[in-house]
Design a protein around this ligand. Structure first.
Ligand SMILES: [Zn+2]
Length: 215
């Protein structure tokens, strides 16, 4: 029992540490952004109205796999986004949702492709993020957003909510954070190269990556 508690404590400390790293890098501001990890006991998620830069491991929320609060502070109001991802993705054990500036900017641009919001500018973007659907705008708190995410979650581990921000799922906490970072940095590259001719990776180059690094 002691060993199990200790693993949970370590996991909570990793969530706090990675949330702080995202905060320090400017990927979250105010009380935006939320992280969750799926465990046997339920889903550990960052609390509502909390700064990702100042989380307390002991106060992280624990909710059941159906979203019912079990312990800790009140869970993020966006926990339903995380649940929608987990419901459709048995292989995903962590979800990161950000309002990161460059990704949100791409989600606002009128010429962003709703089928794939970011072009394959780099190999790492293709390998980590892949095709990135743009989820139509739904007002905060409207549960139709959960349906929109759920519809895409089986096929895509990363998606961009229009006028809102990215939601990504990973096999592990570190994996999900790395995917979210890759997505935000590619959004930054997309904006830095805006209005200039760009050599995105070709179909053959993408096929070569898929061959050498199958997902
Ligand atoms: Zn949000």
């Amino acid at each position: 029992m002691t060993a199990i508690l200790s693993e949970t404590t370590k996991l909570r400390e990793r969530i706090v540490r990675l949330a702080e790293l995202l905060y320090l890098r400017g990927y979250v501001h105010g009380t935006t952004g939320n992280i969750s990890v799926r465990t046997d006991e339920g889903i550990i998620v960052t609390p509502t109205n909390s700064s990702m830069g100042m989380l307390d491991p002991a106060r992280l929320s624990l909710v059941g796999h159906d979203g019912r609060p079990i312990s800790g502070d009140k869970p993020s109001k966006e926990t339903f986004l995380h649940l929608a991802m987990y419901e459709e993705r048995a292989s995903s054990n962590a979800v990161v949702h950000l309002h990161s500036t460059h990704s949100v900017a791409v989600s606002i641009l009128a010429d962003t492709d709703p089928e794939n919001a970011l072009p394959p500018l780099t190999a790492y973007h293709h390998m980590k993020v892949g095709r990135l659907p743009l989820v139509p705008y739904v007002r905060p708190g409207d549960m139709r957003l959960a349906d929109e995410v759920r519809q895409r979650a089986a096929t895509y581990h990363a998606m961009l909510l229009a006028n809102h921000g990215p939601v990504v799922a990973g096999k592990s906490l570190e994996d999900a954070v790395a995917i979210a970072e890759e997505l935000e940095e590619t959004a930054k590259l997309r904006l830095l190269t805006e209005g200039r001719p760009v050599n995105a990776l070709t179909h053959d180059q993408l096929a070569e990556l898929d061959h050498h690094f199958p997902s």
